[in-house]
Design a protein around this ligand. Structure first.
Ligand code: PLP
Length: 305
């Protein structure tokens, strides 16, 4: 099935969706985006889009930071996405990539007096991190961008230079993923994932003020951990050495799902195997995104063909 797109208010095969080479966002990183998953439920023969409304609420928040005006509400953006996925005809897991961007074909770095446009792409996505085996991480030599540099609470394309520098460094040093520190040395997040640690059966994750993207998977896991596993969940700054000494650690993200972290800077996390709480949360999370947990079914928007 070829990827499909919505661009300039029309649905079309991806290969027909084009932008000019002077497009502002291409030169200055002036765009914001989302990554949303649609999960195929084989028993119900249905594709379910996970927490689409929350993703579009976050896109609109990023747009406010970037002074991008979209002529759509979150609900209308969800409707466009459902129509796009239906038109694409996919009957397997899909990845949905909305992008709101500064579209004027004009040289000049600024945010004001530039036109905006919006597109969405639906395609498949190869496994991002190894959720079965877990991943080996390093603390990056790159620091996370600060709120007064480029606000990380916005999913802004320009920020991903910071992530790309960290990710390539990690891979080329033989690790699977990087963990970035804030400018004052606390754990912020992975290149495209939030970080959790477990200490004495308590789930701990960096707060919104430590320059993280407020992940929708992060929110999902926090709610499920409290409500279904009865765990305490604490948002607080996390020291680097807590990552070296915690019982369990894992990443969360739309692309990464719940990925166990088994090693950090050559030190095993816990006993170096997937921890029991991580394993339980991962299992629950997969059930939920596939629409197999009635309690959370409202998070899954079905696509009708
Ligand atoms: C930098 C960064 N942090 C965290 C996340 C996780 O966010 P979510 O769970 O909403 O996908 C992502 C992925 O979107 C990301 O790019």
């Amino acid at each position: 099935m070829p990827p499909y797109a919505y661009h300039n208010k029309k649905f079309m095969p991806l290969e027909e969706a084009k932008v000019g080479i002077l497009t502002h966002a291409l030169h200055y990183g002036t765009a914001c985006f989302e990554g949303i998953r649609g999960n195929w439920n084989q028993e119900q023969k249905q594709l379910l889009i996970f927490r689409a409304k929350e993703h579009y609420d976050r896109l609109l928040l990023s747009c406010r930071i970037m002074r991008i005006k979209l002529p759509y509400s979150a609900k209308e953006l969800c409707d466009i996405t459902v129509q796009l996925v239906a038109k694409s005809g996919y009957k397997e897991d899909v990845y949905i990539r909305p992008l709101a961007y500064k579209s004027s074909e004009k040289i000049g770095v600024r945010l004001h007096d530039i036109e905006d446009n919006f597109l969405v792409i639906v395609s498949t996505l190869a496994a991002y991190l190894d959720t079965d085996k877990g991943v080996r991480c390093c603390i990056s030599s790159w620091r996370r961008v600060d709120d007064n540099m480029i606000p990380a609470r916005g999913k802004i394309t320009g920020i991903y230079v910071n992530s790309a520098l960290a990710k390539s460094e990690a891979l080329e040093r033989g690790f699977d993923e990087a963990i970035l520190l804030t400018h004052d040395g606390h754990i912020s997040e992975g290149s495209g994932e939030n970080v959790f640690i477990v200490i004495n059966n308590k789930l701990i994750t960096p707060p919104s003020t430590d320059n993280i993207l407020l992940g929708i998977t992060r929110d999902t896991v926090m709610r499920v951990a409290q409500s279904d596993l009865g765990l305490d969940v604490v948002e607080r700054s996390v020291d680097r050495s807590e990552l070296y000494t915690c019982d369990e650690a894992f990443f969360t993200g739309t692309a990464a799902h719940v990925t166990p972290i088994t090693e950090i800077d050559e030190r095993p996390v816990g006993n170096g195997k997937i921890g029991p709480i991580t394993g339980k949360l991962q299992k629950l999370y997969f059930q939920i995104i596939q629409g197999k947990n009635p309690k959370y079914r409202e998070w899954c928007t079905p696509v009708s063909y």
